[in-house]
Design a protein around this ligand. Sequence first.
Ligand code: SF4
Length: 348
Amino acid sequence: MAFFYSLDSTSPEYKLTLKHSNIPIFIPELACPHQCLFCNQAKISGQQEIPQPDEIPSIVDSYLDTMNDGREVEIAFFGGSFTGIPLDLQEKYLREAYKYLCEGKINGIRLSTRPDYINDKVIELLKRYGVTTIELGAQSTNDDVLLASGRGHKSDAIRKASNQILTAGFHLGLQMMIGLPHDTYERSRQTVEDIITLGADNTRIYPTLVIKGTQLAKLYELGRYQPLDLSTAVSWAKDFYLRFETAGVTILRVGLHASEELTHERSLIAGPYHKSFKELMMTEIWADILNQTLKEKRDQEITLEVNPTQVNFVWGYAGQNKKIFQEKNLTAKIRGNNSLSKYEVKII
Ligand code: SF4
């Protein structure tokens, strides 16, 4: 599978949570008229095998066979901008997915698209075929960043589309990218606030990478674009993640999905890519908590209890947070306690 950097897409990860799975169907937009600086759309449209509508049942059935454990399942059309393909073709794909919804075999249909590809006709079609969630590749709500990134629309398109989606009764997802051309911490922070205010119930945070064959790669080679370094990207993502959590916005993904092309075809030229980006971010969140919680502790044996989902993050990626204990000469044991909330710590 070729790497695609169409961030209007629902990323192809299989599992969102243990109890919720997506059946991913990759439908690249065949002829995207845009020129987003970061996107290698020649690869998206030229080299992908696109499943035809009549192939949808066999794809869905093969996934459903492995998902008969009571979990919530959604069919997810990702890759490019679904609503950018001709309406009659959209309808053919949706009709196949809708059959599964009517038969109660899936719980929802989600898709991703560009903000300026939402209009009344599209909304009516998606409603008629039971689509539940629409994710928009917002990327930024700063007009200067959108312009410098070649997005081809301004932030008012994001606001308008978000309103239309919510008014029609869909769940709204708004994805963002950090470190785009002309981006700053403050601009990304404002994007986070705008995503919350616009009423998104889910989001994805993607660091901007420099990918072979993109306009961004040319700018990078000319010295006119500098990506975020990994530690800055992790630190921004940490702040934004915590803010989204506080606001009750579900974060479906932080960091890019590791694709075969990234690792095998060396498409990545520069930028804050790490296969465990989210783990690095959680490591930093827990480093902050430990530094605060253990401020007064030195030279002793302690046991920390945390929520069981957090035990690995407390130690950190590759055990990075162990040094916090070592510097204080603390011998620590960490164990799970189901009664504690996500970031709560009990010292024994
Ligand atoms: S809209 Fe931008 S990111 Fe999406 S496919 Fe077109 S060029 Fe790529």
